[in-house]
Design a protein around this ligand. Structure first.
Ligand SMILES: *Cc1c(COP(=O)(O)O)cnc(C)c1O
Length: 363
């Protein structure tokens, strides 16, 4: 663990800690993008602030700098910038708006550990960045998160507060350990759909730690004062030793997908001077429901997130996290059209060929 890094129970707990260290709370607004996971507004709301959703770029999956400018108000105290699937956000334009108004930027690096933009590492543009190590993220330890701080004053505040964070209970640690072992033993791209169904079932019953909390009104989960469990910290250190190899694998898998897909207009354009390492490869399809149904039938790993602008909330439930349905039409369009392919270690050349065949048939 480097000196400018701190661990937390989850990524969202890290974001909450950053907001708290910045003195952000009741009456304050935090701008974030639509086409995100509820973890982000959950952290903002847990600190008492209000999430304000900006739409994504006209042809992309990341926050639109113009939308950020439009949503800045006198109450704006931070901007959370997500590098969706590992595609770098438009940092120079966003940083320009932020600097003009003196607002700190927090990078959501939950989908990226190695990407760069204009030679600079993602996570080094803003005041701080947070990471997640849950299923589906670039490095997996089960449940876990960390924060990297680029500002010395903020770093010392975070370090001081971090002394008050406790380790998860032994019962919780045991659950995380079993969950990690179980998932590692059964997971394979061919088993994506049945494993996903089992995971959902178990997390609803409370037997495993799910990805989403119910978020009862006015209630703040005790997770927001927890550190990463010791076993997960040890696992993270081990996984980091293999990170360069993992990144090389992800690059090679994406090269193979591109070759196998040939001319396919569903790929997203990468920003200039970007070095992209995809956590998953996002693709636009015409008929998402049919595409997913076919993938499930054929046993092809194909993810559907995000299915809603604040995943997985739908309809009226979106208002509970401060999202007005219809307010970010581009993000809503992406929810209806984007699927993603895996790039992780268990993706073989054979899987790439099957996936490409599948897209030629379905997309
Ligand atoms: C996974 C994720 C998070 C937070 O993850 P935790 O479950 O809190 O570790 C935040 N933002 C994005 C974009 C994510 O994908």
């Amino acid at each position: 663990m480097s000196a400018d890094e701190l661990t937390y129970y989850r990524g969202r707990v890290g974001l909450h800690a950053i907001l708290e260290a910045l003195g952000i709370g009741r009456g304050d607004e935090v701008i974030t993008q639509a086409y995100t996971c509820v973890a982000v507004p959950e952290a903002i709301l847990a600190g008492g602030a209000r999430p304000v959703y900006a739409d994504v770029e006209s042809d992309g999956l990341n926050i639109d700098p113009e939308a950020v400018r439009m949503h800045v108000s006198d109450a704006t105290r931070a901007i959370v910038v997500q590098h969706t699937f590992g595609l770098p956000a438009a940092m120079p334009a966003i940083m320009a708006v932020a600097r003009e108004r003196g607002i700190p930027v927090i990078e959501d690096c939950c989908h990226t550990i190695a990407g760069r933009l204009g030679g600079e590492q993602l996570g080094r543009f803003g005041a701080a960045a947070f990471f997640s190590y849950e299923w589906g993220k670039p490095l997996v330890v089960g449940v876990g998160g960390s924060v990297r701080v680029n500002d010395e004053t903020l770093a010392s505040r975070l370090r001081a507060a971090h002394r008050g964070y406790r380790s998860p209970s032994l019962a919780r640690q045991l659950k995380l350990g079993l969950q990690y072992a179980g998932f590692g033993a059964v997971y394979h791209p061919r088993l994506y759909w049945p494993v996903r169904a089992a995971f959902r079932h178990l997390s609803r019953s409370g037997a495993v730690e799910g990805n989403y909390n119910a978020m009862a009104a006015g209630e703040v989960s005790e997770e927001f004062r927890l550190d990463m469990a010791p076993m997960q910290r040890a696992l993270l250190a081990v996984k980091r030793r293999g990170a360069a190899r993992d990144t090389a694998h992800r690059r090679s898998v994406v090269d193979h997908y591109r070759k196998a897909l040939g001319v396919f207009e569903g790929l997203f354009v990468e920003p200039d001077a970007a070095d992209v390492v995809y956590a998953r490869l996002p693709l636009r399809v015409r008929d998402k429901p049919r595409c997913l149904a076919r993938a499930q039938e054929l046993g092809v790993e194909l993810a559907q997130w995000y299915t809603s602008p604040v995943h997985p909330f739908e309809g009226e439930a979106l208002r509970r996290v401060g999202y007005e349905p219809g307010s970010c039409p581009r993000a809503e369009e992406r929810c209806a059209t984007v699927v993603s392919l895996p790039t992780h270690r268990r993706v073989s050349p054979r899987f790439v060929r099957r996936a490409a065949e599948f897209f030629r048939e379905v997309a």
